[in-house]
Design a protein around this ligand. Structure first.
Ligand code: PLP
Length: 375
């Protein structure tokens, strides 16, 4: 099998799996329990918090484990609006956020908030100026992702943070696709809330984290229950998931420069190989090292993905979360229908080999040569 869908999820390495197995079978105590087994589980969770926070350059007490990136996005948005409830009910975000942000904002609109969604240019870029121009006196929250999951565009979060310094609006960034892929720290970004997810960096599914720092204070709990996660996100900690997340972070941190350079090289090699396919178009700036979107205008992406699947090659049609639906990202970029419908996303990880890209290029060329355009 050739796996070229690392922006959808990533394989868990044997080291991460082993760490999780040990936490499940030996360190299975409840971290709140008062005996040694519980204390060990608590120590494991504390160490993990230190590792993940460390990779962000944050303090452990600024990092809260969640069940996924979606949860972190929803929580950050609700918490910011709660803190700024006296500022107003206006939200600024972008038209190309992940559904975890956009659908949450849609629900808030049903609850009486108003939102402005800044549109990208034709390449999928968002300028800090456009975001800051949309901010009003009553803007309580600005939510702008760090790396777009469909186009690999990197957004100017630090510049937006600087522009909001003297404004009441709090800043959230969904850094799920940026974490350990592009260099940043909580300080260099300057966001008040930063969402992470483990399964995009070689960790398990079902665990993520939310950094809460900067000007965020008196955080609204996500859930109400016991005292876990400082009482803000109660529920018995999924110790194995958390330990696996931390192990994945440590492994990527150790080889960060090398892995980023490798993904950059894969993306550049793919760009070179795929540019030989007649009619193929590149979609978006692909600034992040791991994401490259391309279109075969006229050839429906679901058919491409299906045919490649038959050859054991995994890529996705736009975002994995939008199966079957026209991508809101490509629509917001103003792509014509044929190009948008023919767009597939290829994404790379440390395990990707150039031979995988050769096989992909061959399969895409064969698709183009053996099918009639349908659109
Ligand atoms: N945000 C972005 C940019 C993503 O790419 C994803 C996953 O596809 C998410 C949020 C959601 O993360 P999770 O799958 O952990 O809920």
């Amino acid at each position: 099998m050739i796996y070229l869908d690392h922006a959808a999820t990533t394989p868990v390495s044997p080291e991460v799996a082993q760490t999780m197995v040990e936490a499940l079978t030996k360190g299975y105590g409840n971290p709140s329990a008062q005996y040694a087994l519980g204390r060990e589980a608590k120590a494991l969770t504390d160490r993990a918090r230190g590792s993940v926070a460390g990779a962000l350059g944050a303090r452990p007490e600024q990092l809260f484990f969640t069940s996924c990136g979606t949860e972190g996005d929803n929580w950050a948005i609700r918490a910011a609006l709660h803190q700024n409830r006296r500022v107003g009910k206006h939200i600024v975000t972008t038209a190309v956020e992940h559904s975890a942000v956009l659908q949450c904002v849609k629900q808030l609109e049903r609850e009486g908030y108003t939102a402005d969604c800044v549109k990208p240019d034709g390449e999928g870029r968002i300028s800090a100026e456009a975001v800051l121009n949309a901010v009003r006196e009553d803007t309580a929250l600005v939510s702008v992702m760090l790396v777009n999951n469909e186009t690999g565009a990197v957004f100017p979060v630090a510049e937006i943070a600087a522009g909001l310094k003297d404004r009441p609006a709090l800043l959230h960034t969904d850094a799920v696709q940026g974490f350990l892929k592009i260099p940043f720290t909580a300080k260099s970004l300057g966001a008040d809330y930063i969402t992470l997810s483990a399964h995009k960096i070689g960790g398990p599914k079902g665990v993520g984290a939310l950094y809460i720092g900067g000007r965020a204070k008196n955080t609204l709990p996500l859930l109400f229950g016991g005292g876990q996660e400082a009482g803000l996100r109660p529920g018995t900690e999924p110790v194995a998931q958390i330990a696996g997340f931390a192990k994945a972070v440590e492994l990527r941190q150790e080889r960060r420069e090398e892995i980023i350079a490798h993904m950059n090289a894969c993306r550049d090699y793919a760009r070179e190989k795929l540019s030989a396919i007649p009619g193929l178009r590149f979609v978006g700036p692909a600034s992040a090292p791991h994401i490259l979107s391309v279109s075969l205008p006229g050839y429906p992406s679901q058919n491409i993905v299906g045919e490649l699947d038959g050859k054991g090659i995994c890529i996705s049609a736009g975002s994995a979360c939008h199966r079957g639906k026209a991508s809101h990202v490509l629509t917001a970029m103003g792509l014509d229908k044929r190009t948008a419908a023919g767009t597939v996303r290829i994404s790379f990880g440390p395990e990707t080999e150039f031979a995988d890209i050769d096989a992909l290029a061959e399969a895409l060329l064969e698709h183009k040569n053996t099918r009639f355009p349908m659109l």
